[in-house]
Design a protein around this ligand. Sequence first.
Ligand SMILES: Cc1ncc(COP(=O)(O)O)c(C=O)c1O
Length: 458
Amino acid sequence: MHKPNTRQGIDWSRAQAFAHAEREAFIRNNPRSAALAERAQQHLLFGVPLHWMRDWGTPFALHVDHASGAQVTDVDGHTRVDFCLGDTGAMFGHSPEPVARALAAQASRGYTTMLASEDAAVVGEQLASRFGLPFWQFAMSATDANRYIVRWIRAATGRCKLLVFNGCYHGTIEDVFVDLVDGRPVQRDSLLGQVHNLLEHTVVVEFNNLPALEAALAGGDVACVLAEPVMTNIGMVLPAAGFWEQAQEMIRRHGALLVLDETHTISTGPGGYTGAHGLSPDALVLGKPVGGGVPCAVYGMSADLAERAMQAKHSAPPGHSGIGTTLTGNMLAMAAMRAALTEVMTSDAYDHMLALAGQLARGLEEMISRYRLPWCVTQVGARVEFQFTPTPPVNGSEADRILDGELEHILHLGLLNRGVMITPFHNMMLISPCTQAADVESLLGALDQVLRQITAPS
Ligand SMILES: Cc1ncc(COP(=O)(O)O)c(C=O)c1O
């Protein structure tokens, strides 16, 4: 009798035949994307504006005509329901109307002057009341916001070490690319052009491991812990009950500061995971959706940190601080943030997102059990993910072990060909305020069709 070659509950002979047919269908159905990809190949490295755009696992880069709300329409005229939402940049939908309106109003009034507009004070007030930290600065990306807050904290504390959790991602701020391999810190070998030894100033421990955290802090040289409250970039890893309460106390006791990067976990609620769970970081970072997808990011500080940061600047010799870029805080970005914070990232919007995300999570759980897959579902507010393990991972090493890029690509391509987009990185799905119950049903229906063709027939 034929014995199926199974992995992750998938029949790999069927999956490979399915992948082949899906690639053929993609090529057949997307001739205009193919032509544009061919043309872009002439002058763009890897044929795309950013080489990550080749990570979708499609035979060639899909090209977009327009995106609106929870939908993306490609140049061949296919409209897909979008659960990727620009990997969080468009968490509140593509071109949210208040942001589009604010951008249009600012468009004829100047973009960038190196001066503040009226929006600056309003955005500062909004951020302070939403996140409970009194002082704020801006950046053009979450990467840069992380880079700058770490610099401010090193300057303010006089300590040089950064502590991160294994498997973290905080953008391309170099300092964080240190992994634990067999329990030993190792600089990530995929980094290109890296010349500084990152091991000198970065300490890495496993998430959810309080004794390891305590041991790493005990030397008294850690300036800050930079963390997502829930790890999201190696698949999702939830904090164990009480982890953050104890970690916060420990970090403080050792004279280090806590920076929470809420760039993804802002999916939890209007005040992020921090607000929903009553955490009290010394600093908070938020990028991507804070301007409705317009390039900008923010970082906030406690009063104490702000005072020490200002002192550091005042006592430094004249010259460049190494913090900031010319377009930071430009008038377009400030207008976008004001609109996003006051009219888009509202409690009503979150109520809708969270309810629908719950519906999606339940639908996925039901399907996983129906196909008897050894998978689980993890949810952080509007963010839902299925993972190839029966029980959720508790740290970065566990999460890393269960990643399966080949299977992800097969699933994602199958979904794309059936009118649904999810992120090209692991299996993340976001619900926006524009996503409808029928969209969730479309996703579940498409996934059901794919699984029927790649699991062993019962
Ligand atoms: C938690 C977190 N922080 C920061 C970033 C960096 O964002 P950006 O690429 O917009 O700089 C990311 C990107 O995915 C992220 O996941």
